[in-house]
Design a protein around this ligand. Sequence first.
Ligand SMILES: NC(=O)c1ccc[n+]([C@@H]2O[C@H](COP(=O)([O-])OP(=O)(O)OC[C@H]3O[C@@H](n4cnc5c(N)ncnc54)[C@H](O)[C@@H]3O)[C@@H](O)[C@H]2O)c1
Length: 333
Amino acid sequence: MRLLVTGGLGFIGSNFIRLMLDRHEDCKILNVDAKHYGSNASNLADLKDDKRYSFLEGDIADSALASDLVRNMDAVVNFAAETHVDRSISRPDSFLHSNVVGVYSLLEALRHHNPLARFVQISTDEVYGDILEGSFTEESALLPSSPYSASKAAGDVFVLAYARTFGLEAMITRCTNNYGPYQFPEKLIPKIIIRAREGLKIPVYGTGQNVRDWIYVMDHCRAVEQVLLRGRKGEIYNISAGEEKTNLFIVKTILDMLGKDERSIEFVEDRPGHDARYSLNSSKIRHELGWRPKRSFQEALRMTVNWYLQNSDWFRPLVDDKILSATPWRLKW
Ligand SMILES: NC(=O)c1ccc[n+]([C@@H]2O[C@H](COP(=O)([O-])OP(=O)(O)OC[C@H]3O[C@@H](n4cnc5c(N)ncnc54)[C@H](O)[C@@H]3O)[C@@H](O)[C@H]2O)c1
């Protein structure tokens, strides 16, 4: 299989590329990434001698490039996106560029140059907004809260429209919050691990009662693999491990795993429009494609904590020394 993966220098894309090369001998992957914020070339440094893997720096919103890229591919998996919610609140323009124009550009390229190729759009549970009780299904209305989730929802509806109007072999996955190796240190779980390891205060938004539905990144990647190989055209697949936890529970569990004191927790002003609870019903992918998560939350979180403890060479260049040596209540990145 000739596979174009976009955004493969990021957290989930890099884990997905490694999983596909490990599990599919015949897979050849071209990774195209604009090296924006959140990307890290060292995520895939171990693949530099693998002849089945190649990298090209490029922007998916560049329509001429997108047309060239899709021509000889059997499939395209689009992880490329601006992903940090706080950044979307301060500077939404780049989110429109990558998450809306970028998706449109890939769809147009496929429509004109390779309409039979499979296309998987990697989306998020955040497109549904938050839910106080029950869980969202694939039929739930889209009600995004942040510029980030609004831009992802816009990308999704373009994908559905192109599947219907032009018959593209396109599918969407909507996954809950990921954690695991190679996640950029500004995100909740690596941030807690790194700051706790350095003896710094752990900032928690509001009262820490916001609930997120957590999934280990390799379980997410196996779900994307199944959708890529066997998903049905024009369909949406929710992906969730059903591990709903408050942010405060996550912080306390990590502090406990590291043998650290809970007094390092510092409650800070809440994020504007902060979603209270996310919850997804993932029975469709479980029944239709037979996917289910392999790792329990405790097991995968322990593996993740150990990975960061053993890979300070990976995260240290991403973290400013001033931040590590001082005790600010909030990271500046
Ligand atoms: N991290 C999560 O918990 C989570 C959960 C559900 C869905 N998702 C989705 O999964 C995908 C990957 O998320 P992630 O956490 O790995 O993000 P990430 O920020 O780690 O990686 C995104 C990558 O996309 C690249 N990129 C951005 N704009 C680009 C463009 N215009 N052209 C080419 N490359 C571009 C960046 O350089 C980066 O390497 C995103 O689409 C995100 O919406 C993430």
